[in-house]
Design a protein around this ligand. Sequence first.
Ligand SMILES: [Zn+2]
Length: 198
Amino acid sequence: MEELDILINKEHLLPSDYIPEDLYILDNNDNNFHKYQDPTLKPMLREIIKPFLDEMLKNAKKDGYDIIVDSGYRSYAYQQRVLDNLIKEKGKEAYKVSALPGASEHQSGLAFDFAYLRNGIYNDDVIETTEEAIWMANNSYKYGFILRYPKGKEYITGFNYEPWHFRFVGLEAAKMIYDGNLTLEEYHQILTKTKKLI
Ligand SMILES: [Zn+2]
């Protein structure tokens, strides 16, 4: 699990008791629309990716885009509750929009959903044409992140297009995935094939 390019999806589940050991709290409460009363509800990510994330958000800001982490680490139990609620609301459709517990990258502490500032207010209604989403899709690889669920690759990832969800995989993997227009699934397939050839 310590490998930063680990594949997590509907076929590759995280253990139910997995909790990253180096979680840190992102203290952006002052400008976050959630205004958390309970500090334990603030977004958390793995400390190991902090320098990369900070650098990315700093450079986004230089380009005029004010981006914050809206949702980071989520526990196995949390994901179970989210799914249960969605099933009540949407039935089977829930499985398309929410990961099964263990299949969510949010449990790894390596993935986050972002929000962006517009007219002084943070928004989480990220769509394909949101300027910040375009910036993130085109620049995040420089900092080791990838757009994890791209448009047109739903049949490979098993998830709908999510322009707001980014995943840390490390600089080398991110560049290879970005340059090759790959998904993390395809990247892992290539790695496995390469290993077999050697
Ligand atoms: Zn997400």
